[in-house]
Design a protein around this ligand. Structure first.
Ligand code: GTP
Length: 362
C-alpha cells in the first residue's frame, strides 16, 4: 500500500512553537510525530510514502531525519507561495502515486493507532471513491460530523453542530482511502480543500463512505491537545528512566527523560514531565505536566507546571512558569520572574520582568 501524508500546513494554532518546526515534527514523548506515523504505516504493510509538503517543511524533515522505518519516501512539494490546502497537495502527488490502486491519505498532525488494512477492506467492499475514517467522540460539537445512511454512505457533513443537533458522534479523523479517480476531481496547482470542496461533491454523487475506526486517535492541532497527546502516550509507553540521574533526583512516574539530561539536587521531575535530550536542570526545581524540548536549560528553584518549554530556551533561577505557558525556542526568561497562565513567548525573545497578564510576547 501507498500512503500520502499531508504535512505542509502552517500550524497557526501551535504558534509560537510552530514558528520553528512543522507540526509533524513536534515530539511526542521525545520522538517526532512523523516517526510515530511511519511506524504505524510500516506495521500495516505500507511500503511507500509520499510527503505532501512545502519546501520549508521538506527542509526541516531532511534536517531532523526521522527514522524512515524501511519506507520508501518521496516528496511532492507545493509550488512556491501557493499553499495548496488539503486537496491540492493530493493532486500534486498524482504522478508519484499513479493511477493504479486505492491509497491512504493522512493528516500529518494526527496520532492514530489504527488498522489501515481494515479501512482499505471496507473501502474496496463498498466500491467507494473515497472512504473517510470516522472517530467516535463524546462531544462532536468541535468537529465536522458525518451523517450516514444504513450502509455507511456519508450523506452530509455538519460542521460544529451543537451536541443535541449532531446526527452522530462520528467525526472526520483526517485519514482517508482514496481511489485514484479522485485526481479527476481536484484542480491542478490551486488551493483546494478536501473537506469543504471535494467531499461535498462526492457525497452528492453517493461516492463517499465512512468507516468507524477503533483504537487510539488524537489530533495535536492545539497546545492543550499536544500536551494531552504526550500525556496519553507517556502513560501507554511508560518506560523506566534509563538515563543517569544523581542520587538526589526524585522522579514521580510517569516521566520520560531523553539522553544526556543533567538534573540537579533536590529537583522533582514529574508526574508527566517529558525532558528532551541535552536538557539541563538546576537544583530544587519542580517540573510536572510539562514538556521541555531538547537543549533547554532551567535554573535553580524554578517551578514549571503545565507548560511547554522550547528547544534551547533558557529559564532563569527562581522563576514560575504557569499552566498553559509556551516558551518558544531559544527564548530567555531572566531570574526571579513569575509568568502568568497561558503566556506565550516568541522564539529568541528575552523576558526580564514578571508578566501577570495573559499575552503573546514577540
Ligand atoms: P492550523 O493553521 O493550526 O489550522 O494548522 P494546519 O493548517 O497546518 O493544519 P490543518 O489541520 O488545517 O490541516 C490538516 C493537514 O493538512 C495538516 O497535516 C497540514 O499540515 C496539512 N496541510 C494544510 N494546509 C496545507 C497546504 O497548503 N499544503 C500541504 N502540503 N499540506 C497542508
Amino acid at each position: 500500500m501507498k500512503a500520502v501524508i499531508l504535512a505542509g500546513g502552517f500550524a497557526t494554532r501551535l504558534r509560537p512553537l510552530s514558528c520553528s518546526r512543522p507540526k509533524t515534527l513536534f515530539p511526542i514523548v521525545n520522538k517526532p510525530l512523523l516517526q510515530w506515523i511511519f511506524e504505524g504505516l510500516t506495521t500495516n504493510n505500507v511500503t511507500e510514502v509520499v510527503l505532501a509538503v512545502n519546501a520549508l517543511t521538506q527542509f526541516h524533515i531532511k534536517q531532523q531525519k526521522p527514522a524512515k522505518c524501511g519506507l520508501k519516501i518521496k516528496y511532492a512539494i507545493d509550488p512556491p507561495k501557493t499553499p495548496l490546502g488539503t486537496a491540492g497537495p493530493i493532486k500534486n502527488t498524482e504522478k508519484i502515486v499513479k493511477y493504479e490502486e486505492p491509497f491512504i491519505v493522512l493528516n500529518g498532525d494526527i496520532f492514530a493507532d489504527i488498522d489501515y488494512k481494515q479501512l482499505m477492506d471496507a473501502h474496496v467492499k463498498t466500491g467507494a471513491l473515497a472512504t473517510i475514517a470516522l472517530h467516535k467522540v463524546e462531544d462532536p460539537s468541535r468537529y465536522g460530523v458525518a451523517e450516514l445512511d444504513k450502509n455507511n454512505r456519508i450523506k452530509n457533513f455538519i460542521e460544529k453542530p451543537t451536541k443535541e443537533q449532531a446526527p452522530t458522534n462520528f467525526i472526520n479523523a483526517g485519514i482517508y482511502i482514496l481511489d485514484p479517480k479522485i485526481f479527476d476531481y481536484i484542480p491542478k496547482g490551486k488551493q483546494c480543500s478536501i473537506e469543504r470542496e471535494i467531499f461535498p461533491t462526492l457525497a452528492k454523487e453517493h461516492k463517499l463512505f465512512g468507516h468507524l475506526i477503533e483504537g487510539l486517535w488524537m489530533d495535536i492541532g492545539k497546545p492543550e491537545e499536544y500536551l494531552q497527546a504526550n500525556k496519553i502516550i507517556l502513560d501507554k509507553i511508560y518506560e523506566k528512566n534509563k538515563s543517569k540521574l544523581s542520587k538526589n533526583i526524585e522522579a514521580k512516574k510517569p516521566v520520560a527523560i531523553d539522553k544526556r539530561v543533567i538534573i540537579g539536587k533536590k529537583t522533582v521531575i514529574g508526574p508527566y514531565a517529558i525532558l528532551g535530550k541535552n536538557v539541563v536542570i538546576g537544583d530544587n526545581v519542580q517540573i510536572y505536566d510539562s514538556i521541555v524540548f531538547s537543549g533547554a536549560k532551567i535554573g535553580d528553584n524554578t517551578i514549571i507546571k503545565g507548560a511547554i518549554i522550547g528547544e534551547d530556551a533558557v529559564i532563569g533561577k527562581n522563576v514560575q512558569v504557569n499552566i498553559g505557558c509556551i516558551i518558544a525556542d531559544q527564548a530567555k526568561i531572566k531570574d526571579n520572574l513569575n509568568l502568568t497562565k497561558e503566556l506565550s513567548v516568541c522564539p529568541a525573545k528575552e523576558i526580564s520582568e514578571t508578566i501577570l497578564k495573559r499575552n503573546i510576547i514577540c
